[in-house]
Design a protein around this ligand. Structure first.
Ligand code: LLP
Length: 430
């Protein structure tokens, strides 16, 4: 019943969905809904699979977990214990990563439109900065003389599950084009920078290997040119994140061994061709590590039939999971308390937000739904909680971590007081 599509940490026992040994029905009763439930074992599996696939063929590999996917402190702690590095995009993410115990040397900051005071914070924190523009580089060099600098290249190849998440190529605001990249390294070198990295990130949610390899080849050729023209050696080459996961039952997972094999083969060939020595091979996955390790549990409040449509009203909307509304993203839905019920209806699954667009699924084949049913929205670990908001003045929901049947509430549900946190009335309104 549960289908091949689901990782092994998901099981059906007596008609109830279990995640990493814990009953979703019990978790929903104990912690209420909406509730993000995260499997520790699955995060570890995902990380190890990727690390093993890459290190099989090249010794110096670093996996930077892209914290924007999910900055929960427990997730960061799990990944720290696995030997991960961190890709951070904001001073806030650097702050959280440091709190989670990552040494600054294991954090790479890749921002865009970065302020001077943010650069100062990064320099003071001893975090390596991966610059996104010549302007950022000049301002960084004015603020300090960093030992290491990395440059984000636009390899002119982009890809992604939606136009909003393609982060390279002609229309992208990210990265620096080849000729200006040379300029960036020249400026850095003559300012006394001693160690270098090179970086790209072409987009997110990519399920085929071709664009990665194509862009990686461009990046390595650009690295070769920098080495030839400026005698620069690289400590690391970072190919970015973007590894997709299947969201629809019919989608094929990315063949990670094939990806790793092709990337490492290309890497070794190009290092030799351009005489680039032995830099660390880095990637920055976010989604791949956490996406299928987490579900969102939401309770059915209302079943409403109009002359035209059948709505299932649940307690999670786009305030809790923004992806369906923001990208038209598909998230598979299971009836967690009646896993064996047959599919017999088509529903729009709607949240509590006062906008007609607040649908988590449209025209979705599901069993006949009753009020009080518990729905599990799958693949909610990446860009789920991290993109949630208080829109409509709804406090953000809670997160629970589970491992082998043990569980712990790792983030409390917000309260009404949180809605007013930081607000102050001016004296003339008191
Ligand atoms: N590195 C950089 C510089 C990035 O900008 C990103 C994601 C990653 C790594 C990680 O990408 P991943 O491996 O997770 O695909 N909110 C969107 C995704 C936005 C991704 C932004 N950048 C979504 O829900 O699909």
């Amino acid at each position: 019943m549960i289908g091949m599509f689901l990782p092994e940490v998901y099981e059906e026992r007596d008609g109830i969905l279990y995640i990493d040994g814990a009953s979703t029905v019990k978790l929903a009763e104990e912690f209420d809904t909406p509730l993000y439930v995260i499997s520790e074992n699955r995060i570890r599996e995902n990380f190890r699979r990727l690390k093993e696939a890459l290190t099989r063929n090249y010794g110096k590999v670093r996996i930077y977990y892209s914290a924007k996917a999910n900055t929960n402190l427990s997730i960061l702690s799990i990944l720290r214990s696995e030997g991960a590095y961190i890709d951070a995009v904001s001073p806030g993410e650097v702050y959280i990563a440091l709190k989670a115990g990552f040494p600054p040397g294991k954090i790479l900051f890749t921002g865009t439109s970065v302020r001077d005071d943010e650069l100062k914070f990064l320099v003071d924190s001893n975090v390596t900065v991966n610059v996104d523009s010549l302007s950022e580089l000049r301002r960084l060099l004015r603020i300090s003389k960093p030992k290491t600098i990395s440059v984000r290249v636009n390899p002119e190849v982009g890809a992604g599950h939606h136009a909003h998440v393609i982060t390279a190529g002609r229309n992208s605001k990210f990265g620096i084009y080849e000729d200006m990249v040379i300029e960036a390294y020249r400026t850095s070198k003559y300012s006394g920078v001693e160690r270098f990295g090179i970086h790209m990130h072409i987009g997110s949610g990519i399920l085929n290997i071709e664009p990665f390899i194509h862009a990686s080849e461009r990046l390595l050729d650009i690295a070769g040119r920098i080495h030839r023209e400026l005698s620069i050696d690289f400590d690391f080459v970072d190919f970015g994140g973007g590894l997709g996961v299947p969201y629809k039952p019919e989608e094929e997972p990315l063949n990670i061994d094939l990806y790793a094999g092709k990337l490492t083969d290309l890497f070794k060939r190009k290092l030799e061709e351009h005489d680039l020595g032995e830099p660390a091979l880095c990637i920055e996955p976010g989604r791949y590590i956490v996406c299928d390790a987490c579900i969102l549990l939401t309770r059915v409040n209302t079943v409403k039939v109009t002359p035209y449509r059948k709505f299932v009203g649940v307690d999670a909307g786009f305030n809790t999971l923004a992806r369906p509304v923001m990208y038209g993203a598909y998230h598979h839905i299971l009836v967690a308390n009646r896993m064996n019920a047959e599919v017999e209806e088509r529903y729009d699954v709607a949240g509590p937000i006062c906008e007609s667009g607040d649908l988590l699924a449209k025209d979705r084949p599901l069993p006949r739904i009753c009020e009080g049913d518990l729905l599990a929205i799958l693949n909610a670990g990446a860009y789920g909680y991290s993109m949630s908001s208080q829109y409509n003045s709804r406090p953000r929901c809670a997160e629970v971590l589970v491992k082998d049947g043990r569980y712990f509430p790792v983030r409390s549900r917000e309260t009404f007081e949180d809605l007013l946190r930081g607000q102050n009335l001016p004296p003339w309104l008191k």
